[in-house]
Design a protein. Structure first.
Length: 291
């Protein structure tokens, strides 16, 4: 549910056949696979600039991969049934947008997932690092309404607590956290508390457990499985998915630094593996995307 393919490309790395944690070649070896391919429109390091020019560059990269016949862009629920590697284009943060109606042209260009914030507050919503958690603004509420109308899925990863609760309360479609873990297992500003998880679950959405080392109860693949077990046993296994954050991290947990390691996670998840690795997310996208 979350690979930073756009950001990887912007940094000059090879997504098609490179040696990163994931690549187009590695995904293709799995046969039919769908990935939420994120646009993270950042330049620099430290305090990033998140710009429209970089957003457009990453979006054009995804569209060029489709034009070259290397991937298929998912625009409707029916596209999920197509063969090969399928990309569901997402945007991480609304920093580069002028207003909610930028979503109209982004939708026409193929975008189907949008996160109101990355780690910075925006005119739409407060982020997970906000010192004054104001939740969704009026423009943010309009963004959620428009997304619901179009069939764009709202991603509350990186959102503040109040933003997450606001989105869950007003959204008429499933809400997702593409790459977030559980506050009950590890105190971290990027993790979701039980009330946030409950809010997402009430919408019929899913939480993509992630491999960000600092958000895990233990810095290894067992830590990821622990988060999945916590959410599954407490809130229902239908609401657990996987959002690796591959290509977006500087380091990964022990035993989980490559797409091949997903099979090791599957072994730890046992009978719940199929649901977590693909079934639950597929159900949500079938429901939420345009038909």
């Amino acid at each position: 549910m979350h690979e930073d393919i756009g950001y990887w490309h912007s940094r000059g790395f090879d997504f098609v056949s490179g040696q990163g944690p994931t690549s187009l070649e590695k995904l293709s070896s799995l046969g039919d696979v769908a990935v939420v391919a994120m646009i993270f429109p950042a330049t620099g390091r430290g305090r990033y600039d998140l710009t429209l020019n970089v957003l457009l560059s990453q979006l054009k990269y995804f569209l060029s991969l489709e034009r070259e016949g290397k991937v298929k862009i998912v625009r409707s629920a029916g596209d999920l049934d197509r063969s090969g590697v399928k990309l569901i284009i997402g945007l991480e943060g609304t920093d580069a947008l002028s207003d909610a109606y930028d979503l109209l042209w982004l939708f026409n260009a193929g975008l189907r997932v949008i996160a109101p914030t990355w780690n910075y507050n925006t005119k739409f919503a407060a982020s997970c690092t906000s010192k004054k958690d104001y939740g969704l603004t009026d423009q943010g509420e309009e963004l959620v309404r428009l997304a619901n109308e179009l069939g764009v899925v709202i991603d509350v990863s990186h959102s503040s607590r109040q933003t997450t609760l606001d989105v869950a309360s007003i959204s008429k479609r499933p809400v997702i956290a593409t790459h977030s873990n559980a506050m009950a297992l590890k105190q971290h500003y990027r993790n979701l508390d039980d009330e946030e998880i409950e809010g997402i679950v009430r919408t019929g959405g899913v939480i993509g457990v992630t491999s960000i080392p600092g958000t895990l109860p233990s810095d290894d693949v067992k830590g990821i499985a622990s988060v999945a077990n916590y959410v599954g046993e407490r809130f229902g296994w239908d609401h657990v998915a996987l959002g690796t954050d591959f290509l977006g991290l500087d380091r990964y947990p022990q035993g989980f630094s490559d797409l091949a390691n997903v099979s090791d996670l599957a072994s730890l998840l046992g009978v719940h593996a199929d649901g977590v690795l693909w079934g639950n997310a597929l159900r949500v996208f079938r429901s939420a995307l345009p038909h």
